[in-house]
Design a protein around this ligand. Sequence first.
Ligand SMILES: Nc1ncnc2c1ncn2[C@@H]1O[C@H](COP(=O)(O)OP(=O)(O)OP(=O)(O)O)[C@@H](O)[C@H]1O
Ligand SMILES: [Mg+2]
Length: 548
Amino acid sequence: MSQNDLYCFLILFSLGNAVITSSDLLELAIDMAQNVTTKDRFVRLLNTIRNIIPCDAVVLLKRQGQELKPLAQTGVNPELLGRRFEIQFQPRFKVITQSQVPVRFASDSELPDPYDGMLQGIEGDLPVHACMGFPLYADEQLIGVLTLDSLTPGVFDEIPAKTLEVIAAVAAASLKTAILFKKLESHTEHFQNVVSELTKEALIKDGGELIGKSLPMQKMQQELGLVAPSDFAVLIEGETGVGKELVARTLHRKSNRAKGPLVYVNCAALPENLIESELFGHVKGAFTGADKDRAGKFSLADGGTLFLDEIGELPLLAQSKLLRALQSQEIQAVGKDQVEVVDVRVIAATNRILKDEVEAGRFRSDLYHRLSVFPICIPSLRERLGDITLLAGYFIEQSRRKLGLVQLLIDDEAIEKLETYDWPGNVRELEHVMNRAALMARSDKQMQKGMTRIKAYHLGQLQRSTQVNKEAVQAVNLVADNTSQQTSVALSNLKEATEAFQTQRIHQALAVSDYNWSQAARALSMDRANLVRLAKRLGIEVTKQLKN
Ligand SMILES: Nc1ncnc2c1ncn2[C@@H]1O[C@H](COP(=O)(O)OP(=O)(O)OP(=O)(O)O)[C@@H](O)[C@H]1O
Ligand SMILES: [Mg+2]
């Protein structure tokens, strides 16, 4: 075969292969519609094009301002992907990007080829070859370029314009999808980072450390360490101000979901008719006022933790809906037909004794069992021997920093006063007392320069209540010693007599239950919250007497 014959044969062979059928194009379109990753989509695009149009190199480039950045290639040295081509200095790219339709360069075109020296298997400048470029448009904006190179001159000449249009459209759609995906991915990543930053900040707000070395606190810390990494629902019980929310935050922070959101819901603050929508979301038009779709707290907590505070206040109807969501991990927005699968860990808290609520028919027993897979009962402050001083020190240090004081100390008399008070408002009350005392101490003219010291009188009214408490405890001790007949009271009417009897019985129950209000309430067959209310009305403030 002569040189000329060989050349003719090559052209014929190439043209023969370049006969593109509509099924090839259909295959290309279907292939691109597959749900694959961006990287795979590009590889498939280039391979399919290479199968349809015989060529030696295909390169997909994305426009970035005045540059073209190669995203995927076949047939060119891999280092190409590290290059950026400034359009104005690349004549072929300049022509392609200024065109609205695919451009076929003459085989003997004088314009330098951007891939000179990079085509696999070819050393140095590219010889005479076929080269074609597709400008890729989306919404009339140039978003990239697709180039085809073949060492066989003229090989692209016979491809019908319609075929080139289809290839350009598919490649542009593929690139547009990839750009959109990338944008969405980076938005999602950005928002995830924002969520985890905000969550982290909220979790360590005001220190966020769980202070306490008393035995009940050590036991609770151990329990927290055990349950935190699991996905079990946790029910946190305890009096007001004992640190239920802090424990919930600690649980989340120590869990495998720490990077996910911690979403807070105050069940007591939800209007009854909006509870379902708050928890599960709603679609536009689901009810009057629903002017747009709104995600519920469950959706927002997906991948993280949902903290249902004051769960004891949730009405029965809402309880059954919550139970269904917990059982199936599926939620249904109000007004929506489809269900949504969520991955949420629930932590609930209450200052009621939920078991009693179940017995009283105010709380569903099945929901109670579901939530209390792992119950954590936070002891009241008066049960935590030694923790009052520790916590006082912790809050003093916080105040010192907030107030910009060099040194803030507390004297022994003040500590004693703190230790003998019964703290019905628990840690929160102690925190407020210490903050107030720090302010009082700071403005005390008697303080030495540079040194601020909290004295007993800076603590305010605790002294009076302690005094009352001491008297009350003495009275209770008498009762407990079965010498109640000695506590004769002059009773002028039935109301006074009843109140005196109630006072006596409450003191007695408190003394017997070691001043644990929950236990005392059980002993009196009462709801704890009701007992506290009644005690308050009767003016009972009991301080546990420290045993020496
Ligand atoms: N062990 C602790 N260490 C440090 N700070 C604590 C501790 N327990 C509680 N606190 C602080 O006391 C305050 C009250 O705590 P928290 O809000 O968690 O109580 P709660 O049990 O949820 O109260 P309520 O029943 O009123 O909702 C918060 O400022 C919290 O940071
Ligand atoms: Mg709380």
